[in-house]
Design a binder for this molecule. Sequence first.
Ligand SMILES: [Fe+2]
Length: 262
Amino acid sequence: MKRKDFIKNTALLAGSIVVGAGATGCRPSQQAVKKDNLNANVSKVEDKPKPAFVLPALEYPVDALVPYIDKQTMEIHHGKHHAAYVANLNKALEANAGLLGKNLTDLCAAVGAGADQSAIRNNGGGHYNHSLFWTILANPNTIEQKIPTGKLLSAINEAFSSVENLQKLLKDAALSQFGSGWAWLSVDKNKKLFVSATANQDNPLMKNIIAADKQGTPILGIDVWEHAYYLNYQNKRKDYLEAIFNLIKWEQVDKLFAAAIG
Ligand SMILES: [Fe+2]
């Protein structure tokens, strides 16, 4: 994938999830604190980049997705699980200078499959995947596009024949993912759409981990970890998958598609 594509996608993703003063979204701060600039409250001199990924605020209240996703699930999912991925990613990066300083998209592209990078793979993937997930969901009453439109619709029809078939393929991918993982709609290097599933917190950006024909830029992801649905749906993953299509904010997917194809 071209670097400009990474940058565009990351900027779009980060721009849509950063809420609140001081938040740095997906981008790590590389600002070293110089001794001359120290104020009275800073007692330690830092002369190298520090990881500073932050939990992005939701763009909607935690009960905005009711009845399809309940309030408590959102509180735990965003406030506990996603927050833990961010904290653990920052901690893991302190011990891995080779990946320190990369933005989140580049980090996913660079992380390897070795055991020495498993914490960054799991938590960096967890941070990226959830940051994307929150932005493509919304209260149905606030969604401007309830179905794909424009170039995205054309690309969906070309690749999958219809939106209905795309949804079926996404559900099939999500249902066939054994254990925890994600189902994805992504754009490949030839700017074509494809559906895939990944285990745990892997994603199609991870070119050192994912098979070549499943690599690309995600524009829609569905979390099929049990923590995403178990309070409401228990073991009925299929019911959760039926419900979640009521929450897809297609105008955001369309923006991510436009950024991915350049
Ligand atoms: Fe999750």
